[in-house]
Design a protein around this ligand. Structure first.
Ligand SMILES: Cc1cc2nc3c(=O)[nH]c(=O)nc-3n(C[C@H](O)[C@H](O)[C@H](O)COP(=O)(O)O)c2cc1C
Length: 359
């Protein structure tokens, strides 16, 4: 699969063909399913880490606590388990439907303590609905899964996770090393309840978020993107336009005028976006980006929106990721040369609480 061509086609006006079967929700894993045991003192609680991030919450419907384009959940996890972890050292496939591990083989003696989670994809799941638009969504979904694991590690008070989202490897696409716990969770860490109740608020998402919430979320997005993606916000109200964060954490006006109806047209015609309270927009990844850069930009954008989605919930805001963008050349729309600055991902915001939204 040529990612450069796939992204150019996903960004075109071409419409996807009718749905095809999504296939199994979990890849075939060898050997018997192994329950995830309670951790001993000083061990990483792998069972809770996965319960808070990747485990299915009910077998019938919701496949993971994390967000996923179309709810299709194409991301698979392999666990490279070292010492001080609630499973014997080894390499395991994870079955999120049954919340069980399957031993795949041994790991080298110098495997770091805790666990390294390798994220890879079953592209057919997302392609079954999105067809040629699947690839950017698959990469964004992987970033969301990395965010979910990172937040779960914070909630458990592990040492800081080490993320590898450098785009150089296609298999696995991303890895996170999560060390054993060192302290109690920090006061800023999300709670297990917050992670398990995160939802994409059903449209309409109405009501303008306060400026300090926009500033805080743009800061979270910018930090998580590590320079791969820039962020701005489309706002309505009496002074509609685009605002961007300054290095000092303030907001500056990037453009004046109502952008949300254009965004709705660019996002596969999703009309509700025109009425969203605000839309946080991740942009970059030029048309001449090579495959590693495309991977990096989308993984980082997915990670950033995954973190900001939970942060928005903690600020009392309703939020919904938006991943399907066609002809969304933001740079050209603002007067720069075409092809340099495309919308990659977004988080729509409103002030309605998710449970109060109208499905
Ligand atoms: C990468 C990505 C792209 C998404 N794109 C859209 C979108 O364009 N429109 C939309 O309404 N929801 C979108 N969503 C939200 C999903 O539909 C939602 O996560 C899924 O239905 C599962 O629901 P939950 O987030 O409440 O668990 C997207 C989610 C992700 C992770």
């Amino acid at each position: 699969m040529d990612l450069v061509t796939a992204l150019a086609r996903a960004r075109s006006a071409e419409r996807p063909a009718p749905d095809t079967p999504a296939g199994a929700a979990v890849p075939d894993l060898p050997g018997p399913p192994i329950p995830l045991p309670q951790p001993g003192a000083g061990e990483l609680d792998l069972g809770t880490l996965l319960r808070l991030s990747l485990a299915a919450q009910d077998r019938a419907g919701r496949l993971r606590p994390t967000a996923s384009a179309g709810g299709l959940h194409p991301v698979d996890a392999t666990l490279v388990v070292g010492h001080n972890c609630a499973l014997p050292q080894g390499r395991y496939g994870y079955d999120p439907l049954r919340h069980r591990a399957h031993l795949l083989g041994p790991t080298p003696d110098d495997t770091p303590p805790g666990t390294t989670v390798e994220l890879s994809l079953t592209p057919q799941r997302t392609a079954s609905h999105y067809g040629h638009r699947a690839w950017p969504l698959l990469l964004l979904d992987t970033g969301h899964a990395a965010a979910a694991l990172s937040l779960a590690a914070d909630a458990l008070g592990t040492g800081p996770p080490t993320l590898r989202l450098d785009g150089r490897s296609a298999h696995p696409l991303a890895t996170l090393h999560i060390p054993p716990p060192t302290t109690a969770p920090s006061a800023q860490a999300p709670t297990p309840h917050e992670l398990l109740t995160r939802r994409s608020a059903p449209p309409p998402l109405i009501g303008a978020p306060p400026e300090d919430a926009l500033r805080a979320l743009l800061a979270t997005l910018t930090e998580a993107s590590a320079g791969e993606i820039a962020w701005c916000a489309a706002v309505g109200g009496p002074r509609p336009g685009l605002v961007a964060p300054t290095p000092e954490g303030a907001l500056r006006r990037l453009a004046a005028g109502e952008a949300r109806p254009t965004l709705a047209a660019w996002a596969a015609g999703q009309g509700w976006i025109a009425d969203a309270g605000a839309v946080l927009l991740g942009h970059g990844c030029p048309a001449d980006a090579d495959a590693p850069r495309i991977r990096r930009a989308h993984l980082r954008a997915g990670l950033a929106v995954g973190l900001a989605h939970v942060a928005a919930g903690r600020l009392g805001l309703a939020a919904r990721p938006v991943g399907s963008w066609q002809q969304a050349d933001l740079g050209a729309a603002l007067g720069a040369p075409p092809g340099e600055d495309w919308i990659v991902h977004a988080l729509a915001l409103g002030t309605t609480h998710p449970r109060e939204g109208t499905p």
